[in-house]
Design a protein around this ligand. Structure first.
Ligand code: AMP
Length: 217
């Protein structure tokens, strides 16, 4: 069983690592960002509520996120474990998650904080390309698709996320520092925190080691 949270600023590699862990462990990556982007594309009520916040690089209000996650975590696939990517992002979301897990009688194994220097974050976000269909992630210079502009997995045309433009990136980093960084102390106090360097080849193995150490406790 694996139940982990990936914490870290935008551009730290949460989505990339979560997708790799999902393939290794066979438990779902649950990305609130992916879920919200899908809702925006489909034009659902949730999407309409979230879109303005997302484009501005602001957080979607906690009650909206918590309602969405309560529903998602009740799905049968999440009973086998999960990799939370981009949630929780505020103290109130972390407390809400604790209540949801308690209601299911389960607990987290580990919280992994991916550390990456700020210049590198900005570089990664400005060079990021994503597949709007399957959410695969590429980097213009360091992880390009095999065919320029097209997704390796599904062939769709790759895009730059609206919130990866420089103004939104600055805002997102500010909001991260103010709202999400306090979660590092929150989870450290609970004995769950593992800090992993988000640059280099060993990141995925280190996350696995952190999760395994906790699961054995
Ligand atoms: P991400 O793909 O994780 O970078 O998320 C993209 C955007 O979706 C964020 O900048 C927020 O606007 C919104 N979002 C995703 N997850 C959350 C969350 N847990 N709480 C609030 N807003 C979120």
């Amino acid at each position: 069983m694996r139940r982990i949270i990936l914490l870290g600023p935008p551009g730290a590699g949460k989505g990339t690592q979560a997708q790799a862990l999902q393939a290794r462990w066979g438990v779902p990556q649950i990305s609130t960002g992916d879920m919200l982007r899908q809702a925006v594309r489909e034009g659902t009520e949730l999407g309409r509520r979230a879109q303005g916040y997302m484009e501005a690089g602001e957080y979607v209000p906690d009650p909206v996120i918590l309602e969405m996650m309560e529903e998602r975590l009740a799905q049968p696939d999440a009973a086998r474990g999960f990799i939370l990517d981009g949630f929780p992002r505020t103290l109130s979301q972390a407390e809400g998650l604790e209540r949801i897990l308690e209601a299911h009688g389960i607990a987290l194994d580990a919280v992994v904080d991916l550390e990456v220097a700020e210049e590198e974050l900005v570089r990664r976000l400005s060079g990021r390309l994503v597949c709007p269909k399957c959410e695969a992630i590429y980097q213009k210079d360091t992880r390009p698709p095999r065919q320029a502009g097209l997704c390796d997995r599904c062939g769709s045309k790759l895009e730059q996320r609206a919130d990866d433009r420089p103004e939104a990136v600055r805002r997102r980093l500010e909001v991260y520092r103010r709202e999400t960084q306090p979660l590092i102390a929150y989870y450290r106090e609970r004995g769950l925190l593992h800090v992993v360097q988000g640059t280099g080849e060993a990141t995925l193995d280190e996350i696995e080691r952190a999760a395994a150490a906790e699961a054995r406790r």
